[in-house]
Design a protein around this ligand. Structure first.
Ligand code: TRP
Length: 340
């Protein structure tokens, strides 16, 4: 079998709110490509979680399930190695969530720093959807249902892993044995990629993202619009490298870090124009994204194939997660027909 049971389990997910972008590539897709060779990897199309803060637009969330799956396959996620599955089609996740809800207090959820920050960002104020407040519990269900040991995520997701491990300890203590493993976060070493405006992390909603499916023109104009050093008016002026988005991207994507260091020194001294840097970055991004875009377009012409990948991945995941749910119920002594 492509994903033998004895390999360590990795799980990650993406909310299906929009197409994936370069920030996802740097932050997690790249490490998933490496992990799929050495781990039993599950990728969750987190449409149920996407609904927790997009409840009024279920159609958009549903449409992006396949779009995100296309992004995965286009970057090189291999369905023979990684299991791609749809969160909302895995009933065991919902059942585990309901069970775990009893082992988490409302005040603990309100203290979750990521949830707190997102409540402000989304402008929920006092009208917080209950599903949103509880999404860390649902995420604990995701993580534990697959018995994930490793969860590659961005730094903002660390509180979710912590929360999940608290629930795991609670369940294991109650069961009197380790039914569930604790998970470890794998935070990407590159850190998060800023948006082209340099203001915040790259995100579709902030309008500062370069999608993986960007056309050559879109890449070019995004690079042209990148935030540089506002004090660097003429090429001959000395410039600041810190906060210069083009340099940040060159650090993330350029294949010759030594040359990038030389360019930084030159920029600081003065005599190096932004146009030169932008040209170099544009060329690099065209080379990186060209094949991804082409492969994506090819796959988009085979919707049945993509749907089959997602359907069979979801079936596999349904079996795995149902097995965990049964084990947890048994271990806690929850009622079951024909069970002790
Ligand atoms: N919360 C994650 C995000 O916003 C998505 C996600 C859902 C996830 N379930 C998960 C990540 C389980 C890791 C593990 O990006």
């Amino acid at each position: 079998m492509a994903t033998p049971r004895d390999l360590p389990v990795v799980l990650t997910g993406d909310r299906t709110t929009g197409p994936l972008h370069l920030g996802h590539y740097v932050g997690s897709l790249k490490s998933r490509l490496a992990l799929q060779d050495s781990h039993r990897q599950f990728l969750l199309l987190a449409d149920a979680q996407a609904l927790t803060d997009n409840a009024d637009d279920p159609g958009r969330i549903a449409r992006h399930v396949i779009e995100v799956a296309l992004d995965y396959l286009a970057v090189g996620i291999d369905p023979g190695k990684s299991v791609v599955c749809v969160q909302s089609r895995l009933p065991a996740l919902a059942e585990l969530t309901v069970l775990y809800m009893n082992y988490v207090t409302v005040s603990r959820l309100e203290r979750n720093p990521t949830v707190k920050q997102e409540i402000v960002q989304r402008g929920f104020q006092r009208d917080i959807p209950a599903g949103f407040l509880c999404y860390p519990v649902a995420q604990a269900a995701d993580i534990t249902a697959f018995k994930a040991e490793l969860v590659p995520v961005g730094e903002d997701q660390l509180p979710m892993i912590e929360q999940s491990n608290e629930i795991v300890r609670r369940i294991n203590r109650l069961a009197g044995r380790n039914v569930l493993p604790e998970a470890r976060a794998l935070v990407s070493s590159t850190g998060r990629l800023p948006g082209i405006d340099g203001q915040s992390k790259m995100s579709k909603s902030a309008g500062n993202a370069i999608p993986l499916s960007a056309s050559p023109d879109e890449i070019r104009s995004a690079v042209r619009a990148m935030f540089t050093d506002p004090g660097h008016l003429r090429a001959s002026d000395p410039g600041r490298v810190e906060g210069h988005v083009v340099f940040t991207y060159l650090d993330a994507f350029d294949e010759s870090p030594g040359e990038v260091e030389e360019l930084k020194a030159h920029y600081r001294r003065g005599g190096l124009g932004d146009v030169v840097l932008k040209g170099r970055l544009d060329a690099r991004l065209q080379v990186l994204l060209g094949p991804i875009r082409e492969r994506r377009a090819e796959l988009a012409r085979r919707p049945d194939f993509v749907m089959d990948v997602v359907r069979s991945g979801t079936e596999r995941a349904a079996a795995v997660t149902q097995e965990t749910l049964d084990e947890v119920r048994d271990a806690l002594g929850v009622f079951g027909f024909g069970r002790a």
